[in-house]
Design a protein around this ligand. Structure first.
Ligand code: SER
Length: 314
């Protein structure tokens, strides 16, 4: 059967690039972009777009029926830093959108769901280095609570109703086409723009705060690869650990200095430091590598080279 894909949250950091890649892979008209706000010009002009509030199950169903959608990628969410400012709103958005889509799959309106989890499912009591797939999950942020609860719901709908839900625990995702909003790992995107424009950057995390990170291209490829894998190889239905690299602000700054020698970084940690301190420094993603052959292409060096080149062209 033909795949018709609906992306909820297609105007966001990951949604934008995922939609573009999905349109390349499946064809422009097979991928319906949607968000509560309009997307970038490329998305608006290259294929169908619908305004949808991702928490509104009826609105999602209407679009599913209109286009005969078979798969939903649910990317709409409020990220960690913003969620600490608006706990109730974050919980409502992150949870109600997932429950709506899970229900639509349970009711057989769609066949497959992608929903991102995050390293934020882990907390201060989790082993920090090489965090295993199965370990303590006691998050200290609202965002983390919503992701850990979401993972349990995914597993539950899979076991109880046979819903084909697939999920990845994304690390911080680094991109240059669309900026992230409201995350704790956002500094690793801002730093490139400030380095090129101002040759200086004040970081809201301390110099040695190491966090798991990934270049956008790897994240998009991992997502599509996971969704294309045969159901029998998917052994984990709550969320696969996924990793590519880990670095601290000091380490990314010294990589950037290779291209911009007079770049200066200073540190002024704010409330986001506490969030970062509660997360792992590195992730063991061997289950993803074993089950569906996950491999990353970009490390800190190769990613920095590409991003600097691309931003300089903008
Ligand atoms: N990058 C996200 C954030 O910082 C974590 O999933 O909130």
């Amino acid at each position: 059967m033909e795949n018709i894909i609906l992306v909820l949250g297609a105007s966001g950091q990951i949604g934008t690039e995922l939609t573009q890649k999905l349109r390349l892979v499946y064809g422009n008209n097979q991928v319906i972009a949607s968000d509560i706000r309009v997307a970038n010009e490329e998305i608006m002009t290259s294929g169908p777009f619908e305004i949808i509030d991702a928490t509104n199950k009826e609105a999602i169903l209407k679009v599913i029926q209109k286009y005969k959608v078979t798969q939903v990628y649910l990317l709409a969410a409020m990220l960690s830093a913003t969620a600490e400012q608006h706990p109730q709103k974050a919980w409502n958005l992150n949870m109600n959108s997932l429950l709506a889509v899970l229900d639509l799959a349970k009711e057989k309106h769609i066949q497959q769901i992608y929903w991102p989890s995050s390293i934020a499912v882990f907390g201060p009591t989790t082993p920090k280095e090489n965090t295993p797939q199965k370990t303590v999950m006691e998050p200290s942020t609202v965002y983390g609570i919503s992701k850990v609860s979401g993972e349990f719901w995914c597993n539950y709908y899979h076991k109880k109703y046979g819903v084909d839900i697939r999920s990845l625990r994304y690390p911080g995702i680094i991109s240059w086409k669309t900026k992230p909003g409201g995350g704790t790992t956002d500094y690793a995107v801002d730093i490139f723009f400030k380095a090129i424009k101002d040759k200086k950057y004040e970081c809201f995390l301390s110099e040695n705060t190491s966090l798991p990170m990934m270049y956008m291209d790897d994240a998009v490829n991992a997502t599509i690869q996971l969704m294309m894998a045969k159901p029998e190889v998917i052994k984990i239905r709550n969320g696969y650990n996924l990793a590519a690299m880990s670095f601290s602000p000091k380490e990314i700054a010294s990589e950037i200095k290779k291209y911009i020698p007079d770049f200066k970084i200073s540190y002024n940690p704010d409330y986001r430091q506490k969030i970062a301190d509660s997360w792992p420094a590195s992730i063991d993603d061997s289950e993803a590598r074993k089950d569906w052959n996950w491999q990353h292409n970009f490390d800190l060096e190769t990613m920095t080279k590409v991003i600097i080149k691309e931003i300089q062209k903008l």
